[in-house]
Design a protein around this ligand. Structure first.
Ligand SMILES: Cc1ncc(C[n+]2csc(CCOP(=O)(O)OP(=O)(O)O)c2C)c(N)n1
Length: 274
C-alpha cells in the first residue's frame, strides 16, 4: 500500500506530466495527446514506485538486473519522456526539443535515448519483444522483471495474440503486460472498429493471470503491479481508463488521438490543469 502522502505526491507528478504532454505537443504542433493522458497514472506509478531503480547502475554489476520496460504503444512518447525526465534520465529542459529536427526525443521512442530498451511505434510488436527479453532473462537466471504497455486498439494486431500464446506456453512469470483499455483508437470506439469484447476473460482463457483495475486509481495501479511481480504466471493488467483524461473537452473524444491543439485549446487545457 502507498501512504496518503505518496499518493498525493504521485497525483502532483501526474498533473505535471499532463501539463508537459500538452505543452510538448502544442509546441511541436504534432504528437499524441489522448492516449498519453489515459496512461498517465500507470506510467507515473510504474516509473516512480515499481521498476527497480536503474539510474546510476550503468557501471555497476547489478545493471543487468534492471527491470525492463517496453512501450509497445510507442506513440505516447510525450508521456514516456516526461516521466523519464522526472526520474532523472535527462533534464526536463530537453522536453522542449520534442519532435524537433536533429534532437533525441523524436515522435516515437528510439533505443539511443538513455533508458529506452527498444525502439517502438509500429504497433503490435512490443509484447513479442518483451517475451523474448523475458525468456532470455530466465535463461540467465536473471531475477529482473519485464513490463510492457499496450493500447487496446493495438490488441487487434495478430502478432499480439501469438505473443500471448508464447507467454503462457513458456510460463513467463517475469512478464507483466498492461493494457490501456480506454475503448478508443484512431477511428473511434474499439468495439465498432473490431470488437475486443471482454479482454480480461479472453486473456484468462489464454492462460494468463489477469487483473482488472481502474487505471486512474493510483493505489489500484500500484497494488496490481506489485501483485503481478509475485504471480506464478505471466500477468496482464487490464486498466480501464478514459482517453484524454484530465482535460474535459479531450475526454472520450477520438478527435484528440493525434491532433495538436491550436492556441485557444492549448490555453483552455493548461487552465484546467493548473
Ligand atoms: C502497425 C501500425 N499501424 C498503424 C499505426 C498508426 N497508429 C498510431 S496510434 C494508432 C491507434 C492506436 O490505438 P490504441 O492502441 O487504442 O492506442 P491509444 O488509444 O491508447 O492511444 C494507430 C492506428 C501504427 N503506429 N502502427
Amino acid at each position: 500500500m502507498l501512504s496518503v502522502e505518496e499518493v498525493k505526491e504521485l497525483e502532483n507528478l501526474c498533473k505535471e506530466n499532463r501539463r508537459n504532454i500538452i505543452e510538448m505537443v502544442y509546441s511541436a504542433q504534432s504528437g499524441h495527446i489522448g492516449g498519453s493522458l489515459s496512461s498517465c497514472e500507470i506510467l507515473t506509478v510504474l516509473f516512480h514506485k515499481c521498476l527497480n531503480n536503474v539510474l546510476g547502475w550503468k557501471n555497476s554489476p547489478d545493471y543487468e538486473k534492471r527491470d525492463r520496460f517496453v512501450l509497445s504503444k510507442g506513440h505516447i512518447s510525450p508521456l514516456l519522456y516526461s516521466v523519464m525526465a522526472q526520474v532523472g534520465y535527462f533534464d526536463r529542459e530537453e522536453l522542449k526539443t520534442f519532435r524537433k529536427l536533429g534532437t533525441r526525443l523524436q515522435g516515437h521512442p528510439a533505443s539511443f535515448i538513455p533508458g529506452v530498451e527498444i525502439a517502438t511505434g509500429s504497433l503490435g510488436q512490443g509484447l513479442s519483444f518483451a517475451c523474448g527479453i523475458a525468456m532470455s532473462l530466465k535463461l540467465d537466471n536473471n531475477p529482473a522483471n519485464v513490463f510492457v504497455m499496450l493500447g487496446d486498439g493495438e490488441m487487434q494486431e495478430g502478432n499480439v495474440w501469438e505473443a500471448l500464446m508464447q507467454g503462457a506456453h513458456r510460463n513467463l512469470d517475469n512478464l507483466v503486460a498492461i493494457i490501456d483499455r480506454n475503448m478508443l483508437q484512431i477511428d473511434g470506439n474499439t468495439e465498432d472498429v473490431m470488437a475486443l469484447g471482454n479482454i480480461t476473460e479472453k486473456l484468462n482463457a489464454f492462460g494468463w493471470n489477469t487483473i482488472e483495475i481502474d487505471g486512474h486509481n493510483i493505489q489500484a495501479v500500484y497494488s496490481a503491479i506489485e501483485s503481478a511481480k509475485s504471480a506464478n504466471k505471466p500477468t496482464v493488467i487490464v486498466a480501464n481508463t478514459v482517453k484524454g483524461k484530465g482535460v474535459s473537452f479531450m475526454e472520450n473524444n477520438p478527435g484528440w488521438h493525434g491532433t495538436a491543439p491550436k492556441e485557444p485549446d492549448y490555453l483552455r487545457a493548461m487552465e484546467e490543469l493548473k
